[in-house]
Ligand binder design. Structure first.
Ligand code: PGA
Length: 260
């Protein structure tokens, strides 16, 4: 794992945007795995700016989002569809027909999940998967106890995860109980994983992900088995890492050819 710690989320998000942008520049038909939540907002703002000001071109790109709530229509203001259009898709030239988000309204969940996995394979696999992390260590909506080899499927949200998004649904009562999410096995198939985490609230999950044992109780820890995972952190999210000084030294002394 490569750990990059920056003084704040703004600087960290610039680095993350640089990694995604470089992927798209080097491979115009890149396949991006995208995440929602508060964490990637600044990353998306940077990508929108790079598209507008520097012509970063998404015309050949395909995207796959990690997850969507079950039973929530795409037009619902708190759906992940709405989030993605509001923060990224409306502002860049990624063709609508190559945007993929799980269908939370499907009447045949197993078939829709199989189709999603098939679509990722047909697109050639994900080049870079953007990830946030829950305070309980989830990535995507793979809650603790998720199989480390799981594929796209329905998951039941934990109470902690439902509380985290309660405000967006007018209180806990309104929060959906289920989601469709890429599995940990699906995420592990990405050629590169880019996990962002900001703030003290994420510090424990980050430390357990990087330095704890690989366990289904901390789903992010499966990334220890991924050959190309980069974590981009602010200093609060990095504050419980035991080997923080070592990671900083490694980053500062990396030869240019090896960066990201
Ligand atoms: P957040 O959520 O970015 O809103 O903190 C991350 C997650 O739960 O995966």
């Amino acid at each position: 794992m490569e750990i990059i710690t920056q003084p704040d989320s703004q600087q960290a998000s610039l680095i993350a945007a640089g990694i995604v942008a470089r992927t798209v520049q080097e491979k115009p038909h890149a396949v991006l795995g995208l995440a929602t939540g508060n964490t990637p907002l600044q990353l998306y703002r940077n990508l929108v700016r790079m598209h507008r000001d520097s012509g970063l071109d998404f015309a050949g790109v395909t995207s796959f989002n990690l997850d969507e709530y079950v039973g929530i229509p795409p037009a619902h203001p708190s759906s992940f569809h709405s989030y993605m259009w509001a923060h990224l898709f409306s502002h860049i030239n990624l063709p609508k027909e190559r945007i993929n988000i799980p269908d939370g309204l499907t009447t045949d969940v197993p078939a829709a999940c199989r189709k999603y996995e098939q679509a990722i394979r047909s697109a050639g696999g994900i080049d870079v998967q953007v990830l946030g992390i829950g305070s309980n260590g989830h990535i995507g909506f793979n809650e603790p106890s998720s199989s480390l080899s799981s594929r796209t499927r329905i998951k039941t949200l934990t109470e902690e995860s439902r509380l985290d998004v309660a405000a967006a649904f007018g209180g806990e009562e309104g929060v959906p109980t289920h989601v469709l999410t890429m599995g940990l096995g699906t995420i592990m198939d990405a050629r590169k994983c880019l996990l962002l985490a900001f703030g003290k609230k994420k510090a424990r999950a980050v430390a357990r992900t990087v330095e704890g044992p690989v366990t289904a109780m901390v789903p992010g820890s499966v990334l220890q088995l991924h050959p190309r995972t980069i974590l981009v952190l602010d200093k609060d999210a990095a504050s419980e890492l035991e080997m923080a000084d070592y990671y900083a030294w490694v980053h500062e002394h990396k030869p240019d050819w090896q960066k990201y």
